[in-house]
Design a protein around this ligand. Structure first.
Ligand SMILES: C[S@@+](CC[C@H](N)C(=O)[O-])C[C@H]1O[C@@H](n2cnc3c(N)ncnc32)[C@H](O)[C@@H]1O
Length: 452
């Protein structure tokens, strides 16, 4: 069974979803970026976009569960596109009650006709009709608790075991289930330009359904439409950002006129938040490894009317050659990480990462912190943050840093304490089930005034 040719069924939601799923599984590409690109290239109608999003995320989110259901119906090897087509069709049959099962099968057959040959079409039709006749096997048959949780929630067993070691069974089960819920749409109000009340009022006058966030004062939840298409957004009053991701800047405790370094800055969500908290006074030096990503920061800064941001590129571990020691009042190290706190937004992360990846990330994370330690002024503060829930990358990296630098003062920001999201180590750990935000971590460190 080989695909005849690469054909795009323009406007066809299921074929578009299939092309995204294939790209994700072949090239480990990010589903959220592909989704935006594919909506354009397939000319997907506005009213069909929610279904495309649902088919893409749902099929990805439940990949392991769907494979478990499909296994008894399949013998031998399958072409990638046939496997993805079967997964996507089964997802509709099992999880999308509003789509009649026969419609899901017929749509799959139409795609198979275009993408494959007669034999493939017959095979897809046969498998799916057998599923409709016989139903899928029950997950209750699985006696091993970890295997069952892994297949129920579609998280690899190694990850479930790792989380159980780190958080216990109950929290792991809640986290794995929360990862299959749709993420919230959240925006941050530009407090350097307006107030939260004014932004909410303006959005409502544009017909948006919005409400105040639960944890961060300038966070708002958007329950309808695309907030990035509103006038309120265009005029620079908003940034699309998850509420958890707004927390690290609160630990940074910036004061007007300060000199701040953001060592892993792109696309600039936190850089611009820092500048807003500074009321656009002082200097925010936004540095990122990738030159091409700086444009995103610059565009955002311009749209938000922020003039205190300077961008530059290169490996931030080398910034000791650019800046003198003890230069910055505040440094944010929003480190590259496994992303295991944002599985709802990028479900492929749970399949693509390995335990070895997590361990190797801690090296660069620790090295970035070392550079930050040299560059921060005595009395200055560093915030180390990640969008992962993995304790090795989080508390682990910070505790190792504290072992190397017993002089460092570990701060417990009041804001975190009040939010009730502290780990026993006095650091911030948000899990996706806590208040609906992404999984996020932050810890604040201070260089003593006298560093003898
Ligand atoms: C978690 S993202 C940062 C998100 C950003 N702080 C925000 O809030 O929008 C991590 C960033 O680190 C950058 N990065 C990875 N390795 C780096 C390095 N050695 N030096 C500087 N930046 C690095 C990546 O390009 C990526 O943009």
């Amino acid at each position: 069974m080989t695909a005849k040719k690469k054909i795009m069924m323009q406007g066809n939601v299921r074929d578009a979803a299939l092309s995204i799923l294939l790209e994700v599984s072949r090239n480990q590409a990010y589903s959220n970026l592909l989704l935006t690109r594919t909506m354009k290239s397939y000319a997907i109608k506005e009213q069909d976009k929610p279904l495309l999003t649902n088919l893409t995320y749902g099929t990805l989110q439940y990949r392991l569960t769907l494979d478990y259901y499909l296994a008894p119906f399949i013998k031998g090897k399958l072409d990638d596109w046939v496997r993805e087509l079967l997964r996507m069709s089964l997802y509709q049959i099992v999880y999308l009650t509003k789509i009649p099962p026969h419609a899901a099968v017929n749509e799959a057959v139409e795609i198979a006709k275009v993408r494959g040959h007669k034999g493939t079409t017959g095979f897809v039709n046969g498998v799916l009709r057998s599923v409709l006749r016989q139903g899928v096997r029950s997950l209750d048959e699985i006696t091993d608790g970890i295997t069952r949780l892994s297949l129920e929630t579609s998280h690899p067993e190694w990850l479930i075991r790792r989380w159980i070691d780190q958080y216990g069974l109950k929290v792991t089960s809640e986290m794995a289930r929360a990862n299959n819920e749709p993420p919230m749409n959240t925006a941050r109000v530009n407090i350097a330009q307006t107030t939260v009340e004014k932004a909410l009022h303006q959005l409502k006058s544009e017909g948006a359904k919005v409400e105040l966030g639960k944890v961060v004062p300038e966070a708002i939840y958007c329950h309808s439409g695309n907030v990035a298409k509103t006038y309120t957004y265009t005029k620079g009053w908003l940034t699309v950002q998850d509420e958890s991701s707004m927390l690290p800047v609160y630990a940074l405790d910036v004061q007007p006129g300060m000199k701040v370094l953001d060592m892993c800055a792109a696309p600039g969500g936190k850089t611009t938040q820092i500048a807003e908290h500074l009321n656009d006074t002082g200097e925010v030096h936004a540095h990122d490894l990738h030159e091409h990503k700086l444009q995103l920061i610059e565009e955002n800064a311009e749209r938000l009317g922020l003039n205190s941001i300077w961008t530059s590129s290169g490996d931030s571990r080398e910034l000791g050659y650019t800046y003198k020691p003890n230069t910055f009042d505040r440094i944010l190290v929003d480190a590259p990480c496994s992303g295991l706190g944002v599985v709802r937004r990028k479900p492929e992360i749970k399949y693509n990462k390995t335990e070895a990846d997590l361990e190797s990330l801690t090296k660069i994370q620790g090295e970035l912190l070392e550079t930050a330690w040299t560059l921060v002024k005595p009395g200055g503060k560093i915030v180390y943050s990640t969008c992962t829930v993995d304790k090795t990358e989080n508390d682990g990296v910070v505790l190792q840093f504290l072992e190397r630098h017993p002089e460092a003062i570990k701060l417990v920001p009041e804001f975190f304490e009040e939010a009730g999201l502290l780990t026993p180590n006095g650091m911030l750990q948000v899990l996706p089930q806590d208040f609906g935000g992404d999984g996020f971590f932050a810890a604040a460190l201070q260089k003593p005034i006298s560093n003898d």
